[in-house]
Each structure stands twice: as structure tokens, then as C-alpha cells.
Design a protein around this ligand. Structure first.
Ligand code: NAD
Length: 371
């Protein structure tokens, strides 16, 4: 892999490789962009088949975090860490404490968190070595399980879509098809039905479906039929790539708005959705509730403030629709544009306040020869 070329192509600032023989730690931290603030992004533990696979993943994921933070109005940049290993077999206290030391050595440029293959317990070990970690247990001032916040944010995004499409954000009487009744999907179903929605759902885990049916009055549908349900809103809360060439022609909905990551199989799928007259809430903007919630930990966690911050997802989705209309582009493109515009404009604000800039204006450029 031509690493510098790849970094330059995608705008990465820094990639750090950490090795600690005693604990078997092989980790990579990618810092994509810090113009808005320190890079925040989870730590993924995965038995990557090759180092190239690990590098490709960390570069892709860290860049995604820059866009997610920027579009969500956070003063954070994008970063991510990958730990090469099997989360079932290779974990130890020393491994995560070693990682914590390394994260601490980055001087605050990168803040880590839970991700695929890591847990709150792993974050606790990291927390013993550095405070540059969020998503720790509430007893340490952490915010706990992010799923209810992601679900709350998703419902705010759904309301913005309903308002755009029907001129009212009222959920009652609207029919939804929720794919996946897990941590986020289950909470979304709970909130939607509480506001009087009719919800169809499916999940490969039958207990999850049973819970949604028994506790929230959802109606079960077979796994593959979720795409054919006659619902106004399709809510993907399970897998990625669910909007693809096979499913596009089956969707009867007016809106796609859910928490799943990477919902579009390709950019073309996003454009195709639009051409079919289906309004799409870009995934990384509507599912940012978990990120917004953990970001509050950096200011001293407060649950009420977190919910208030997450409710801004309604406005973020609205803003994306405005940009799509302004520039005559798809909503997935508008989300990227909103993120890029915000990074560009906000990063210039600091310039007049920097001492160096002021010194230059007044002709008092610091002279190194004084030392
Ligand atoms: P989860 O594992 O708790 O729930 C996912 C559910 O989907 C599970 O119950 C699983 O059985 C089900 N599922 C898997 N394959 C399926 C299929 N083919 N058809 C129907 N159901 C299927 O995960 P989660 O935390 O609820 O996350 C859901 C989605 O939201 C994921 O794509 C995740 O990346 C994304 N997301 C989650 C958060 C968060 O805070 N948890 C934040 C941002 C994005």
C-alpha cells in the first residue's frame, strides 16, 4: 500500500502504528482531520486477515467520523483506532492499558470510545491510563449505553423527513417498517408506537421480535418481506447495504430513515432512491445520537443536555434537505457538502484570533535569535 499517497488522496493528517510486544498489542490510530477539534472515534477490535485490511478499514472509518462530527455540529474531528486481534480470545487488562498509554501519548489529538469488538469494560482499562476516552461507565462520569440516544436521534430525523414530505412531523397514524429490533431498533419501535404509529418489524433474533410485539404492539413480518411492506417509512436498523439493486424496486415507502450504518450499497443506490421519489435521510447524520451523547462527556456528562443536543438531529436533517434543494443534488451528497462547508468556514474563524496572526499584523513577528 502506498500509504502517503492514500493519506493525501483522502485528506488524512496522521496515521500512528503502535506495537507492544509484551501484551501482543498491534494497533493503528488514524487521525483524519482535526480542523474542528480533537479527533474522536471508536476502537474496533477485529482479527483482520492482513495489515493492509486493517489500514484500509481504519482510514475509511476515521474519514467517516470527520463527516459525522462535522454534519452534527460538533467541535470534533474524525479519527478511529483498530486493534488487530480476536475479541473473543485476545483481550487482557494489560492489552487495553497499553493501548490507553499510547492514546495518552497522542497529546489529546485522538479520543477513543467503544466500537465493534470492544466493550465498556475495555474502556475502563483504557481509562486507567488516559482520560482521552469516552463511553466509560456512568460511575466514572460516563454516559452508558448509547443506543437510546441513537434511537431518539433517529426518531428526530424521521420527524424531519415526515415534515418535509407531508408538511407535518406527526407520527400518529403513519405506518413504519423497522428492519432489526435490536438495541436501537427496539427503542425506535417503542418511541414510534408510543406516539401512535403502526409498526411492522422483523429480526433474525425471534426474542427481539417477540418483545416488540408483546410490549409495543408491533406486527411481525418474515425477514425478507420487510422490503415489500406497504409502509410510508422504511427504517433500517440492522445491516448495511440494504438499499441495493435488489431491494430498490421493491420499496413502496416515501421515506428511508433509520440508524443502520452504510445503508446505501453504492452512491448510485442513493441517486436511484431519489429518482424513485423516495426521501433519504443520510445515515451518518440521522444515526449520530450516540456520538453526540458521548461528546457531552468531554464537557462533564449531563443526560438532559445530551438529549437536548441529540434533538438537533431534526435541524441537521432539515439543513441537509435545504442544501439538496439549493444545489439540486441528492441528499447523500448534500450531507457531505454540509460537513465540508462547515469544516471550511469554522476552521477559518480561528485565524484572526491566533497570536501569530496578530503579531504579523502589527509587525512584531517573533524573532528566534532572542533565544
Ligand atoms: P444490535 O445488534 O443491537 O441490533 C441489530 C439487530 O439486527 C439485532 O437484533 C440482529 O438480530 C438484527 N439483524 C441482523 N441481521 C438482520 C437481518 N438480516 N434482518 C433483520 N434483522 C437483522 O445493534 P444496534 O446497536 O441496535 O445497531 C443497529 C444498527 O445501527 C447497526 O447498523 C449499527 O451499526 C447502527 N448504529 C448503532 C448505534 C448505537 O448507538 N448502537 C449508533 C450508530 C449506528
Amino acid at each position: 500500500m502506498k500509504l502517503f499517497e492514500t493519506m493525501a488522496d483522502h485528506g488524512h493528517e496522521q496515521v500512528v502504528f503502535f506495537n507492544h510486544v509484551e501484551t501482543g498489542l498491534n494497533a493503528i490510530v488514524a487521525i483524519h482531520n482535526t480542523l474542528l477539534g480533537p479527533a474522536l472515534g471508536g476502537l474496533r477490535m477485529w482479527p483482520y486477515a492482513s495489515e493492509d485490511d486493517a489500514i484500509t478499514d481504519v482510514l475509511r472509518l476515521s474519514r467517516g467520523m470527520t463527516y459525522k462530527a462535522a454534519v452534527s455540529g460538533l467541535n470534533l474531528g474524525g479519527g478511529k483506532a483498530v486493534l488487530i486481534g480476536d475479541p473473543e480470545e485476545d483481550k487482557s487488562e494489560a492489552l487495553f492499558r497499553a493501548l490507553g498509554r499510547f492514546v495518552g501519548s497522542l497529546g489529546g489529538r485522538y479520543i477513543t470510545a467503544e466500537d465493534v469488538g470492544t466493550t465498556v469494560e475495555d474502556m475502563e482499562y483504557i481509562f486507567q491510563e488516559t482520560d482521552r476516552v469516552v463511553g466509560v461507565h456512568p460511575v466514572h462520569g460516563g454516559s452508558g449505553d448509547p443506543s437510546p440516544f441513537t434511537a431518539f436521534g433517529t426518531v428526530q430525523g424521521i420527524k424531519a423527513c415526515l415534515n418535509k414530505r407531508y408538511g407535518s412531523s406527526d407520527i400518529s397514524g403513519i405506518t413504519f417498517a423497522v428492519q432489526g429490533a435490536g438495541s436501537v431498533g427496539g427503542n425506535v419501535i417503542k418511541m414510534l408506537t408510543k406516539e401512535g404509529a403502526k409498526v411492522f418489524t422483523c429480526d433474525i433474533n425471534e426474542d427481539r421480535v417477540a418483545q416488540a410485539v408483546d410490549e409495543h404492539g408491533a406486527e411481525p413480518v418474515p425477514l425478507d418481506e420487510i422490503f415489500d411492506v406497504d409502509a410510508k417509512v422504511f427504517v433500517p436498523c440492522a445491516l448495511g447495504s440494504v438499499i441495493n439493486t435488489n431491494t430498490l424496486s421493491r420499496l413502496k415507502c416515501d421515506i428511508v430513515a433509520g440508524s443502520a450504518n452504510n445503508q446505501l450499497e453504492s452512491e448510485q443506490s442513493g441517486t436511484d432512491l431519489e429518482e424513485r421519489g423516495i426521501l433519504y435521510a443520510p445515515d451518518y447524520a440521522i444515526n449520530a445520537g450516540g456520538l453526540i451523547n458521548v461528546a457531552i462527556e468531554l464537557q462533564g456528562y449531563n443526560r438532559e443536555r445530551a438529549y437536548r443536543a441529540v434533538s438537533a438531529i431534526y435541524n441537521n436533517i432539515e439543513r441537509i434537505f435545504q442544501i439538496a434543494a439549493r444545489d439540486q443534488i441528492s441528499t447523500w451528497q448534500a450531507a457531505d457538502r454540509l460537513a465540508e462547508e462547515r469544516i471550511r468556514t469554522i476552521s477559518t474563524l480561528r485565524m484572526p484570533y491566533s497570536k501569530q496572526f496578530k503579531d504579523r499584523l502589527s509587525g512584531r513577528t517573533p524573532k528566534l535569535s532572542h533565544h
